[in-house]
Design a protein around this ligand. Structure first.
Ligand code: C5P
Ligand code: C5P
Ligand code: ZN
Length: 478
């Protein structure tokens, strides 16, 4: 593939170097992260390796650190492909490389550590934002395109169909802002549309349009809070009853996906009028409309049709130690793995809503620049970051300062998750530095993105961590 045909030309040379190394390998160990972006990264890479006839095995890690990298080295693979992590731990990986343990190939979008390696694909190395313009799955997709370009003469196998999974990863990493994807992600969307696997359309920007019955769709839509509807089951039902739209089929509530375009329009307009009449400001009402990314080969009305629902389904597997289930779904299983994933999703949803409720009930502690809570054993460490993010804007949790969450990891260690907002990042905040530096100051380690970062610290160091983090955030925000 010439650079001119590459979806993201700036990254083509790096993607090519990585692809060449993988094609030289007899077999590859594929290591990836346990969230939606990590799973789709692995799915894209696995399908591309399969199609290129490179044997591989996949492993998933909660976090890449000295211990997990040593375990990977012990698997005895000459070539290790890291997706959706690796850059942040490049210092440790480089030590293994120097010792001859394995040759690393990295397709990631996290802030790189201070070291380098030959096969390293990361948007941040070419001035592309890793938090908002390209995800791990996007990096993996660029690699997949280069693998195809080097291993197959068959036009059908250029791997552009994998753009659908890459978009699920980007959406799962919350890279859409102002209602849509930006930057390099847009080039991937364009590939998917051209390949006939993706469709983008302006639609109501509310989670669950494929699967939720209408009252639940409205009641649970909490991004834009609408009095009398948000978190109000009876209000949502009476709003729907007042519309000139058939809300039931055979006695069952219809879903958004079941409505005709005209019915959707009627409902959306009524919702906007209701919001205006309840005093919701115009800038928030604008957020009710956004771009939906639909996977055209998936069945309408399923958890896989819309990228946002697909990504939640994946988080419901890998964050509960069932990455195997999520990966199987990414690879095309629509039977037992998909059924299992749907069961796991029910559990995940319950945990999210209970977690947010816990934060609302227990509240957060404010420091000069931050707000924080310590969930101890009450919230699973693998989802405490999602809950921290979702709770911003809930009762008693401000959107004007970053939020830091603690959850216990084991007897000796505490998991830290931090989340910020676009305006805070624009004002100079970089949580990957705040959290990474504060963690290292108390004997832990961490990193991530400007808008979302995490760490592991020794148990008992939480107060000291907050003091450091508060000071660093203060320096950044001036
Ligand atoms: O490890 P990884 O890069 O895949 O995870 C990124 C994390 O950052 C996700 O948990 C995602 O939800 C979070 N994020 C966020 N807000 C954004 C962008 C990303 O909370 N605007
Ligand atoms: O775990 P959490 O969802 O809070 O992670 C937020 C971001 O920080 C993710 O992109 C994750 O990969 C990154 N992170 C990291 N090092 C850690 C923990 C999280 O780079 N020790
Ligand atoms: Zn990611």
């Amino acid at each position: 593939m010439a650079a001119a045909d590459a979806p993201v030309p700036e990254l083509q040379p790096r993607a090519a170097t990585c692809a060449e190394q993988l094609l030289r390998a007899d077999r590859v160990l594929l290591a990836s992260h346990i969230d939606a972006d990590g799973l789709t990264s692995a799915g894209v890479a696995a399908l591309a390796l399969q199609r290129a006839n490179v044997p591989f095995e996949a492993v998933f890690e909660k976090q890449l650190d000295r211990t997990s990298i040593a375990a990977i080295a012990n698997c005895d693979y000459e070539t290790v492909l890291f997706t959706d992590f690796g850059s942040g731990q490049l210092d440790i990986i480089a030590e293994h490389e120097a010792a001859g343990d394995f040759v690393p190939v990295i397709a990631d979008h996290h802030q790189p550590a201070d070291a380098d390696t030959e096969h390293h694909l990361n948007p941040l190395l070419e001035g592309i934002d890793g938090a908002s313009e390209l995800s791990g799955a996007g990096a993996s997709y660029l690699l997949a395109r280069e693998l195809a370009a080097r291993s197959s003469a068959d036009e059908r196998l250029v791997n552009r169909d994998l753009a659908a999974l890459a978009v699920v990863g980007a959406v799962g990493d919350m890279q859409a802002s102002s209602g849509q994807l930006h930057g390099a992600n847009r080039a991937i969307v364009a590939d998917g549309v051209e390949a006939g696997v993706l469709n983008e359309m302006k639609d109501l920007a509310v989670y669950g349009k494929q699967t939720r019955p209408l009252p639940k769709l409205l009641e649970y839509a909490s991004d834009v809070r609408i009095p009398g509807i948000t978190n109000d089951e009876r209000g949502s039902i009476s709003f729907l009853d007042g519309l000139d739209v058939d809300t039931h089929t055979d006695g069952e509530w219809r879903r958004w996906v079941d409505l005709t375009d005209e019915e959707k329009q009627t409902l959306a307009s009524a919702l906007v009028r209701h919001a205006v009449s309840r005093g919701v400001p115009a800038f928030k009402i604008d957020r009710l409309v956004g771009t939906s990314y639909l996977l055209t080969e998936e069945t309408p009305g399923t958890e896989l049709r819309d990228a946002s629902e697909f990504s939640t389904l994946l988080n419901a597997t890998a964050r509960y130690e069932r990455a195997d289930v999520g990966l199987a779904v990414c690879l095309g299983d629509r039977g037992s793995a998909f059924d299992r994933a749907k069961e796991l999703l029910r559990n995940h949803r319950r945990n999210l809503s209970e977690g947010i409720q816990w934060v609302e009930e227990h509240g957060v502690t404010q420091t000069e620049r931050l707000q924080w809570f310590d969930a101890g054993d009450e919230i699973r460490e693998t989802i405490v970051g999602i809950i921290a993010g979702m709770s911003m804007g809930a009762d008693g949790v401000s959107r004007d300062r970053p939020i830091i969450a603690f959850a216990s990891k084991n007897d000796d260690e505490t998991k830290v998750s931090g989340r910020a907002t676009g305006p805070l990042v624009d004002a100079g905040l970089d949580l990957s530095i705040v959290i990474g530096d504060a963690a290292r100051a108390v004997g832990g380690d961490g990193g991530g993105h400007d808008i979302a970062a995490g760490a592991t610290i020794p148990r008992g160091e939480e107060t000291a961590f907050i003091e450091h983090a508060d000071r660093i955030a203060g320096e950044q925000l001036g």
